[in-house]
Each structure stands twice: as structure tokens, then as C-alpha cells.
Write a protein that binds this ligand. Structure first.
Ligand code: 3PY
Ligand code: ZN
Length: 631
């Protein structure tokens, strides 16, 4: 199978390989264990049918309509776009091209932030891959697809039990014409803490090699020093360094002067000097108001020479109005999602923006019928994931008070429920804002936002207020994440830490002021691979080693699941989340051209040892699997 895999690989066929080829193409090393692939899969289906899936209400599998995939003639659509500009003319050529556009450019976030913010990041590769090619053909004029990074990396391994690198490879193959964009948390990579510099460099190199073109890099405290290594690594790989400023506060609120227009202008100039090809304004909570957007973009345009890419969340309902003002002020690119995956904590709708700007000087160059047909697909697929919806039903203007990022709201709500504070959610939200104030008004975005959330829960749970935290702080065991923040392990906040609070939190521990990466020892990847080889009893790729370096426990749990159930990413999502109905028959394409037909025949009585026999037919042959009933 190796030769077969290798000789089919595009890089092999086109001669685009060197010594890193073997190392960097993990899919070539996935040799199916022919022996019991079918049984493993039946084991998974049996387990989910009997025990359910974490976070999904256990009920009889609903019947879903087949998602509507746009029908296109093979010749329809142009498969050249921004990707070819970057590949042919390099980052500087691409930047020149962006600057020469009269119309506002769009990034589509449906594949990443939209579902991270609406559906707890749960959308699977299986649902992305079926719409990938139609998206490429129907939206060839996009600036980019944001389709990786942020929480998708961790959630893929942790909950979806699939390999995020394979997602990237699969999508790249189907979308050759438009730039791929990812969200990179600078020194935190796609995790929640700072990693050694060589891990960041390795991660950027592998991501670039596998298909990422535009890296949106942000630091959770807007600390430029924390972004240096990532920006440099992206440039070294010939890709686009889109350095982001996280927007917080309100430049038009005279009572809040910490993050004023001068703050943003200085940061923008610093990032330009640092080598950013594009500046992103990352309004992660959706706090940027329309007039403020006009002012911010106008003044930034006068201060820097590189294009500006604006990101927001539509939580308040002001997203389209805000974009219209930013576009009037000359913003180059804005982030939107397809209508059926937009709004609320997600991005503003591309379809809506199109109509808002139709006939205007800078209307986006996009075919609205394409947007509508692609939106149909997502309208159908979104139903699969209804258990992960946040429950927010209408615009939520309270965001201007609590300032929680779009992706955090439902997460923190879940965390609150988990620690028994479900009925004190209003208090938790108010406490979130108070903690921000207590911490000295910091930028709140992953991972600093998580620390604020942890502290808010901690204070509500222990009935603490600002005074008791400081007066009795010596006796309080603060959450680990809070201690790490105040030690400087997430970097340095603008204006420093409030001293009295820091003293009681650190209790004599040292605060560091250098880049944490300077103190962390490099990871020895060769040694790590050997260790993994021993622990897993199989060949490991550089991608596995990197995933382990970022998330050791998550990666090991994932590997054990794959060992037990095989590659379950091939299952359709209703089956993946609900198992099967009695008498139902499904088809599973386990590899191109190879399909298994699975029928659930019956489920046996629970035995004294807590097991049940589940009876299937696999390609017409009877099969039985024994499942432990966890109910
Ligand atoms: C992430 O870091 O995942 C974010 O989306 C932050 O806004
Ligand atoms: Zn976002």
C-alpha cells in the first residue's frame, strides 16, 4: 500500500518532493490494517448506538434530509484565484494585488470560526470535504477560506477523533485556487499555553507545507514580543504573515482611555515594522461599533502601508453596519460566513453584506447565487450538530458590557453548569466584567479570556469579591491558570499587572518579564518520535510528534481510540453522533472506491456482566460485536 499511496500523491507525480517528503506526508503511512477494519467500525457504531456520544442527547437517531450539494458541470467555475497569485508572485506580489483592488475582498470563515463560534467547533471533515470543491468553483474570487487553527486542531483530536492534518490535506486537494488561512495563537500555537520556540517554528513549517498560506497571528495580550517568533517563521516559509491586533474596549468611550486610538496606531506601526504583510484587526468579541470602525480604519490607513483585514463577531447584531462603515473607510478585506452559518456569535453574513453593498463603489466581487446555494448545504448540515448550538437566539448587546469573545460564551456557560453554577449564570457574566477590571482591563481572547473566565467562576463559587480577593488573598489558592498569567507565562499585559493583586496571587513566586519561549527548553523531536514509537507500537510521523508536543494527553487518547475503532472519520455525521436505528442500512466509503454496507439487525439483552451483543450485517454477512452497556 505504501507504493500505491506514494505514487498517487500529487507531490510525487509533479516531482515536488525532497527528503522531507516522507516525513511530511503522513497520509502515505496510514496503512490500513485490512484484517479487522470492519469489526472495529462495527464496534464503534455499536458503542455509540448503546451508550450515546458525549454532549449529545441520547435519543433515537433522527432522520435527516440528505444535504443539498450544488450540482455543477465539470467545467463550471474557474480554478484560479488568490492561491495562484501567491504561488506565482510571492507574498509581496499578493500584497500588491490586494492593494490594487477597488472592491472589498472577502474571507469566508464557514470552515473554521463560524462553526467554532456556533457549534462548539464540532463540524467534521466528512461534512467539510463534500462541499469543498463546490465552494472552490463557486467562490473563486474570495481572498481566502479560513479553515484551520484556533480550536479546530485540538477539538479534531479530542472530540471528533480525527486527524486535523488530514483535514488540511483533504481540503487542499479539493480547493486548489483560493488561499487557505488559519488562526495561530502566536507562541501558544493552537493551544492554551506558551510552547518552546522550536515547537512554534516546526508547527508553522508543517502547516505551511500541508497547505496553509495565510497565518493570522495574534497574542492574547497584544504583546508584540510574543508574536516575533511566529511572524518570523511564517516569513521564512514564504507565506503571508497577517499580524493581528485584538480589539478591546471602545475607542469612542471617553471614560475608558486605556485602549485609545493612539494605542492601536502604535501597535499597527510596530507590527508593520516587525514584518507583517497584512494587518488584521481581530474584534473577537464584536465590540467594535460602526462609528468607531470608521475612525479606527481611517486612522490606521493613514498610519501604515500594508493592507488591513477586519474580523468581527456579530453578537450584538451590529456587524453589517460596522463592516459598511469600515469598508467606507477603506478596509481591504473583511471576514464573513455563509448566511446559514452566520450571525450571533459567528461572523456577519456574506449574503447580507452583498445586498447591503450592491451598487456601492466597493461592493464585493461575489456571485450571490453561489452564496445562496452553498448556504443551503450548511442549512442542512447544521441540523446534524443541533446538540452543540449555544441556545443564543437573538442579538446579544450585553456583549458590550461583559466583553466575552464569541467563542467563549457558550463554553463558559458549559463550564459554569459543570461546576454547579448553571443557575448563577447572570452573576458569572457580571463577574467576568469585574474580573477584567480587577486584572487591570486586559485583552481577553484565547487563552487570556479563559483565565478571566476561570477567575470569574472561582469568585462566584467561593462568594469572593474584589476586596476579599486582595485582603484575604494570602489564604486563597487561586486557580493554576490565574497564577500562570500573573507569573508572566502568557506574556506581558499592556500597562503591567496590578501590583497588590499580583503579590497575593504569586505568594513569593517570581514574575518573568522575558518571552517564555526564551526559558522553555526546545523539544527534541527525534527523541519524542522514538518514545511515541515505543508507546504506540507503530510508526509515527513528524505530525504525530508535533501533535503530542502540543497536546500529549489528547493525542494519546486519540491514538488509543483509533487503535480501538479504526478511522471513524469516514462515518457520516448522524451515524458518528447517534449510531444506527434498528433495521437501518448505511454505506461507508472507507477509501476511494471501497464501500462497506452495514445493517443493524438487533441489540441483545443486557447480560449479567453489563454487556450486550449487537448484531449487524456487514456486506450481507452476519457479524456480532460485544458492547459494554455504560447506561
Ligand atoms: C481562537 O483562538 O480560537 C479564537 O477564535 C480567538 O478568538
Ligand atoms: Zn473570531
Amino acid at each position: 500500500p505504501f507504493l500505491e499511496n506514494v505514487t498517487k500523491h500529487e507531490n510525487f507525480i509533479t516531482g515536488h518532493y525532497d527528503t522531507s517528503f516522507i516525513d511530511s506526508t503522513p497520509e502515505l503511512f496510514i496503512f490500513p490494517k485490512k484484517k479487522d477494519r470492519g469489526t472495529k467500525m462495527l464496534n464503534y457504531i455499536g458503542t455509540v448506538t448503546v451508550n450515546g456520544f458525549p454532549g449529545v442527547e441520547k435519543k433515537k437517531k433522527p432522520v435527516f434530509e440528505k444535504p443539498r450539494i450544488p450540482k455543477l458541470a465539470p467545467s463550471e467555475g474557474f480554478l484560479t484565484g488568490t492561491k495562484q497569485i501567491l504561488d506565482n508572485e510571492g507574498p509581496d506580489g499578493l500584497v500588491r494585488w490586494v492593494k490594487s483592488q477597488k472592491n472589498v475582498l472577502l474571507t469566508d470563515t464557514t470552515f473554521r470560526d463560524a462553526h467554532q463560534s456556533l457549534l462548539a467547533t464540532r463540524v467534521r471533515t466528512n461534512d467539510l470535504k463534500h462541499i469543498a470543491e463546490p465552494s472552490a468553483r463557486l467562490l473563486p474570487d474570495l481572498f481566502s477560506f479560513e479553515m484551520w487553527g484556533g480550536a479546530t486542531f485540538d477539538v479534531a483530536y479530542r472530540f471528533l477523533k480525527e486527524d486535523p492534518w488530514n483535514r488540511l490535506l483533504t481540503m487542499r486537494e479539493k480547493i486548489p485556487n483560493v488561499l487557505f488561512q488559519m488562526l495561530l495563537r502566536a507562541s501558544n500555537a493552537v493551544g492554551y499555553k506558551n510552547y518552546p520556540d522550536n515547537v512554534i517554528r516546526e508547527f508553522v513549517e508543517k502547516s505551511a507545507f500541508t497547505g496553509i498560506d495565510v497565518f493570522r497571528i495574534f497574542d492574547s495580550l497584544n504583546w508584540v514580543k510574543g508574536m516575533e517568533v511566529a511572524i518570523d517563521a511564517v516569513r521564512q516559509n514564504g507565506k503571508i504573515a497577517e499580524a493581528a491586533i485584538c480589539y478591546t474596549g471602545d475607542i469612542d468611550d471617553r471614560t475608558r482611555t486605556k485602549y485609545d486610538i493612539a494605542y492601536y496606531k502604535n501597535l499597527a506601526k510596530e507590527l508593520e515594522a516587525q514584518g507583517a504583510h497584512i494587518l488584521a484587526i481581530k474584534d473577537m468579541a464584536g465590540l467594535l461599533k460602526p462609528q468607531a470602525a470608521y475612525r479606527l480604519i481611517s486612522e490606521l490607513k493613514d498610519s501604515i502601508d500594508i493592507p488591513i483585514h477586519l474580523h468581527t463577531h456579530d453578537t450584538s447584531g451590529n456587524g453589517i453596519f460596522m463592516y459598511a462603515k469600515a469598508i467606507e473607510a477603506g478596509v481591504d478585506i473583511v471576514d464573513t460566513a455563509l448566511s446559514t452559518m452566520s450571525g450571533l456569535t459567528s461572523q456577519p453574513s456574506a449574503n447580507t453584506l452583498y445586498y447591503a453593498l450592491k451598487g456601492a463603489e466597493r461592493e464585493p466581487n461575489v456571485d450571490v447565487h453561489s452564496l445562496e446555494t452553498l448556504a443551503h448545504y450548511w442549512e442542512d448540515v447544521r441540523k446534524y450538530y443541533s446538540d452543540f448550538e449555544s441556545g443564543m437566539m437573538s442579538p446579544h448587546t450585553e456583549v458590550y458590557q461583559h466583553e466575552m469573545p464569541g467563542g467563549q460564551y457558550s463554553n463558559l456557560q458549559q463550564q459554569a453548569k459543570a461546576v454547579g453554577l448553571g443557575d448563577r449564570w447572570e452573576e458569572v457574566k457580571r463577574m467576568y466584567a469585574r474580573v477584567n477590571h480587577l486584572f487591570g482591563d486586559i485583552v481577553k481572547v484565547t487563552p487570556s479570556s479563559k483565565v478571566v473566565g476561570d477567575m470569574a467562576l472561582f469568585m462566584v463559587q467561593n462568594n469572593l469579591d474584589e476586596n476579599t480577593v486582595i485582603d484575604e488573598g494570602e489564604k486563597i489558592d487561586f486557580p493554576d491558570s490565574v497564577i500562570e498569567l500573573f507569573e508572566g507565562y502568557l506574556g506581558q499585559p499592556y500597562g503591567g499587572f496590578p501590583e497588590k493583586l499580583q503579590k497575593v496571587i504569586l505568594k513569593g513566586r517570581e514574575q518573568i518579564t522575558v518571552r517564555p519561549g526564551e526559558l522553555l527548553e526546545d523539544v527534541d523531536f527525534d527523541q519524542l518520535k522514538e518514545k511515541l514509537f515505543e508507546d504506540l507500537g507503530r510508526q509515527v510521523t513528524s505530525f504525530d510528534a508535533l501533535a503530542y508536543a502540543l497536546y500529549p494527553k489528547v493525542f494519546m487518547d486519540y491514538s488509543r481510540t483509533v487503535e480501538q475503532f479504526g478511522d471513524i472519520s469516514v462515518l457520516d455525521t448522524p451515524t458518528f453522533l447517534h449510531g444506527m436505528r434498528l433495521g437501518e442500512e448505511i454505506e461507508v466509503e472507507i477509501e476511494t472506491g471501497k464501500t462497506l454496507i452495514v445493517k443493524l439487525v438487533s441489540i441483545g439483552q443486557a447480560q449479567a456482566d453489563g454487556t450486550r451483543v449487537v448484531y449487524f450485517e456487514l456486506n450481507g454477512q452476519p457479524r456480532e460485536v460485544v458492547i459494554k452497556d455504560e447506561n
